[in-house]
Design a protein around this ligand. Structure first.
Ligand code: NAD
Ligand code: UDP
Ligand code: UDP
Length: 331
């Protein structure tokens, strides 16, 4: 049985968490799914610091309690161990939906969180991905590009899952009037990033610190554009608070080949780090770089931290987590 539409007057429900101009801002109730993860935990820090009440919903699939432990004594913070594949009843103003393993549960979890947003009149932000562009035939990628995804490839579970999540968000927006926001996030790095999830920046940094060779896949000439996590979080918050549905590319247009990235890691950590070539994975996108004109124009957002500034901040966090005997929350 569904509960009736949420009562007006609670917080700023039914206004999608929007603050009427001129009114003093009251703390919002905000859910962050995946809030114990890398991006989510940094977002939670900002929301708590701003005075909001935050409920983190996480099943700790890839996330970690250590990332949010510093909020445990704060009465405005709650942590719920929950898999978003299961329905969830909460009363909130805004939902940042970050929970996502690379699998079809992505779709079910998104459906549930959209159902929740519809029921309580909350605004819903989806963290989609640059992977919706697949192996792009347009460069740099603009939001109007529909992408080039292999539907039966090894990466397609994640790519198509996010594409379906975007479709669901737009259907709930058009069909049920849910206020949605869609971010297409490009490769992001920073403190608290999972050390062993196989992504290129975390691999290179961990390898250089452990005096292991940096594993470059393929010829290393493929490109990515790397964004520091604080820039992303600022973009997500502007998107949530703004008036535009999106989708918006959120990424740093600074484009690097994997060999150039390896070189920056050498300069930052160990000039003598060796490079080892490995076969590349199937369907690896050849290049990726965001066109962020839309986010600049409509959100007044652009990244501030270049790779050479951001990487050292990640390195000191990784150093502590790999070698230190005490846990650090990367704040
Ligand atoms: P992450 O793995 O650190 O965070 C994801 C969090 O979601 C983890 O804490 C995990 O435990 C939780 N989670 C996973 N499945 C869940 C489930 N079924 N129920 C509840 N919690 C669940 O990853 P991240 O890098 O912080 O990414 C956050 C979001 O941003 C994801 O949606 C991801 O697809 C998107 N994104 C990230 C990047 C990037 O470069 N980091 C790029 C594009 C898109
Ligand atoms: N849902 C949820 N929390 C809520 C409201 C809905 O988890 O507060 C789930 C619900 O269980 C369903 C999904 O969201 O699986 C979609 O809900 P909706 O009401 O849009 O669709 P319906 O259930 O009517 O098909
Ligand atoms: N890559 C690499 N060495 C590694 C891990 C990844 O050269 O140890 C390459 C990978 O082939 C891809 C790029 O780095 O071309 C980015 O990979 P990642 O998994 O970090 O991000 P995504 O492919 O999802 O953009």
């Amino acid at each position: 049985p569904r509960r009736p539409a949420y009562r007006p007057g609670f917080g700023s429900l039914n206004s999608g968490g929007k603050i009427p101009l001129g009114l003093k801002r009251k703390g919002l109730r905000i859910v962050v799914t995946g809030g114990a993860g890398f991006v989510g935990s940094h977002l939670v820090d900002r929301l708590i610091a701003r005075g909001d009440s935050v409920i983190v919903v996480d099943n700790f699939f890839t996330g970690n309690k250590d990332n949010v432990m510093h909020h445990f004594r704060n009465p405005r913070f709650e942590l719920i161990r929950h898999d978003v594949v299961e329905p969830l009843l909460l009363e909130v103003d805004q939902i940042y939906h970050l929970a996502c393993p690379a699998s079809p549960t992505n779709v079910v979890g998104t459906l549930n969180m959209l159902g929740l947003a519809k029921r309580v009149g909350a605004r819903f932000l989806l963290t989609s991905t640059s992977e919706v562009y697949g192996d792009p035939l347009q460069h740099p990628q603009v939001e109007t590009y529909w992408g080039n995804v292999n539907p039966i490839g090894v990466r397609s579970c994640y790519d198509e899952g996010k594409r379906t999540a975007e479709t669901l968000a737009m259907d709930y927006h058009r069909g049920a009037g849910v206020e949605v926001r869609i971010a297409r996030i490009f490769n992001t790095y920073g403190p608290r990033m999972c050390i062993d999830d196989g992504r290129v920046v975390s691999n290179f940094v961990a390898q250089a610190l452990r005096k292991e060779p940096l594993t470059v896949y393929g010829d290393g000439k493929q490109t990515r554009s790397f964004q520091f996590v604080s820039d992303l979080v600022e973009g997500l918050m502007r998107l949530m608070e703004g008036e535009h549905v999106g989708p918006f590319n959120l990424g740093n247009p600074g484009e690097f080949t994997m060999l150039e990235l390896a070189q920056v890691v050498q300069e930052t950590i160990d000039p003598n780090a060796r490079i080892e070539f490995r076969p590349n994975t199937e369907d690896d996108p050849h290049k990726r770089k965001p066109d962020i004109t839309k986010a600049k124009d409509l959100l007044g957002w652009e990244p501030k931290v270049p790779l050479r500034k951001g990487l050292p901040m990640m390195v000191s966090d990784f150093r502590q987590r790999i070698f230190g005997d005490h846990k650090d929350n990367g704040a």
